[in-house]
Design a protein around this ligand. Sequence first.
Ligand code: NAD
Length: 297
Amino acid sequence: MTTEPLFSRDAEVIDGKAAAAVIVEEIRNAVLLEQVTPGLAVVLVGSDPASAVYVRNKANRARECGFFSRQIVLAATTSEDELLKIVSELNLDRAIHGILVQFPLPPQINSQHVIDAIDPEKDVDGFHYANAGRLAVGAAADALVPCTPLGALRLIKQACGPDLGGLHAVILGRSNIVGKQLANLLLLEHCTVSVVHSRTINPENICRQADILVAAVGVPRLVKGSWIKPGAVVIDVGINRVADDTRPGQSHLVGDVDFDEARTVAAAITPVPGGVGPMTIAMLLKNTLSVALRSRP
Ligand code: NAD
């Protein structure tokens, strides 16, 4: 089904790269001004190519901002005990303010055990129960908040303005990493929040009521133009690699939203790539800087 254009002009494309560059510049300036050296340790287990790229990008960006950056690459056969020992050493290392273990982990390692082992005060990914709990009870100022939801919120405010009170936000996806955390953040911003997931009946009807529609499901181009309320702000968190129809044997990245359809209906939309993705790294650096500033004598 094709969607008739409902707006006379295309949606504003929200430039996540530009927004992230502003934040990274602020962080670089703060490092110089405050004379701190935030330390970020990124741990990769195995050789998954996508994870290796993420880890390298995070470490490089940290270095560019004047951080002390430690990359630890472990064999795919690493045991849970070996990884937990490294985490506990990093917990005690005073030069390290942020610890990030790249997921997914190999099957012999229980991810939750690893999350539990990270010192909550160095948990710059914000996945530890202590941080998730603080956010859930409204103590966001005391929490390290997960980077992707934090980045998505920044882009939402850029598009909607600082006051989100009363807006209806619909989030597709209820993962602990993105969907649930963003729901909690938007509740703190006084939005009316609906969470749509794989068992929701008639998701498109709920999505069509959204002033702010966030897709974080991992299903390529799931959200069609007909799911979107005219004038809504659409934030596409999804990163999906799909075959490229125009170049046989090649692939490219798409989001969870059908961008070409959505941009004729929405007021503003994030692209994939170049939307939420760059914001995630910027927020990781921001979280690490805030731990470093907090832990100064
Ligand atoms: P996940 O697999 O942990 O969770 C997916 C969620 O989507 C689940 O809650 C499930 O109930 C829901 N879901 C699945 N199919 C659905 C459907 N048909 N309709 C409605 N809901 C459905 O995924 P995740 O870790 O939250 O990641 C989601 C997407 O975001 C993935 O594409 C991932 O690559 C991407 N992601 C991007 C960034 C970034 O930096 N931009 C960071 C994290 C995740």
